[in-house]
Design a protein around this ligand. Structure first.
Ligand SMILES: Nc1nc2c(c(=O)[nH]1)N[C@H]1C(S)=C(S)[C@@H](COP(=O)(O)O)O[C@H]1N2
Ligand SMILES: [Mo]
Length: 301
């Protein structure tokens, strides 16, 4: 059963960003009630994180469907239409279907999660997401025992995604998770930021957020979720397998072949943008290290 933590205030209590910035994420009493040994694993979730500004989060993006520049997603975001939107859930599930985004939202309860976000390019932010646990959506669809992985696909629509008119990436963008990673309570399907609907440049209307992995795992604008028994080949692994793997766990001890992963540049620091040490599993080690026991993380990077 999933553990949960709640915020001290609900979205309805948020009057402005300044108030928002004063909030802390707290471990909910619910988790203790479930009898989980919450103390250790709550450590990073409980820590006060100061989110980046709305501007940082929505003006400095990676979303190659809109172009490769950091400001391309914000510049061309309006070219994408996100209504109507459906998410196909298929493969090894009991209730496959084309689910309308609104129906998913009716079935799920969203909450706020303030997470660290670390790109493989060695920059980072702190982002206040709104969303629900992927596990809840997978339970809703009914995962069959034969399923070992989850494969995600982004919308393919070159008429609106100008980046898809060039073919250097084999569109659509694809990502994947192992089943235990997908079911982990930190793994979020995000539908908003700062209590507002997800901006297009951040992956509207629904995207994945896996806070202990490099940002490229957090696939945007999802239209298909497939339960499978084969490890999916994700887009960056397909493009450059010597540099990007399937797991992509944040790890300061395993450098990218072309740069160090030991530190990261904090977005929003202006000219004096500080570099801070990168944390193992991006600071979520207590919660997720057990998933990778016995694995050589230098080989399965
Ligand atoms: N479909 C799709 N998803 C994507 C990407 C992309 O280019 N296309 N870029 C990834 C990378 S490299 C990062 S760092 C994050 C950036 O998310 P953000 O712009 O919301 O910060 O989105 C990830 N998800
Ligand atoms: Mo990234």
């Amino acid at each position: 059963m999933a553990f949960r933590w709640k915020n001290t205030l609900k979205e309805s209590d948020v009057t402005d960003e300044a108030l928002f910035l004063n909030r802390r994420q707290l471990m909910g009493g619910a988790a203790a009630g479930l009898g989980l040994a919450a103390a250790g694993r709550a450590a990073s979730a409980e820590e006060a994180l100061t989110p980046n500004s709305w501007e940082d989060i929505t003006q400095y993006n990676n979303f190659y469907e809109f172009g490769t520049g950091k400001s391309d997603p914000a510049t061309y975001a309006d070219e994408l239409t996100t209504t109507p939107w459906t998410v196909a859930i298929d493969g090894m599930v009991d209730r496959p279907g084309e689910y309308a985004f609104e129906d998913i939202m009716k079935a799920m309860t969203t909450e706020e999660r303030i997470y660290r976000f670390r790109c493989v390019e060695a920059w980072s932010m702190v982002i206040p997401w709104n969303g629900f646990e992927l596990a809840d959506l997978l339970d809703f669809a009914g995962v069959q025992d034969s399923a070992k992985y989850v494969r995600f696909e982004t919308l393919y629509r070159p008429s609106e995604f100008r980046g898809q008119r060039s073919g250097w990436i084999d569109w659509p963008y694809v990502e994947g998770l192992r089943m235990d990673e997908a079911m982990h309570p930190l793994t979020l399907m995000a539908t908003g930021i700062y209590g507002r609907d997800m901006p297009n440049q951040n992956g509207a209307p629904i995207r994945l957020v896996v806070p202990w992995k490099y940002g490229f795992k957090s696939i945007k604008s999802i239209v298909r979720i497939t339960l499978t028994d084969e490890e999916p080949v994700n887009t960056w692994q397909q493009l450059q397998p010597s540099e990007y793997g399937f797991y992509a766990n944040v790890n300061p001890e395993v450098d990218h072949p072309r740069w160090s992963q030991a530190t990261e540049r904090v977005i929003g620091g202006g000219l004096f943008s500080p570099r801070i040490p990168t944390l193992m599993f991006n600071g979520y080690e207590e919660e997720v290290a057990s998933l990778y026991e016995g694995m050589d993380l230098t080989v399965q990077f």
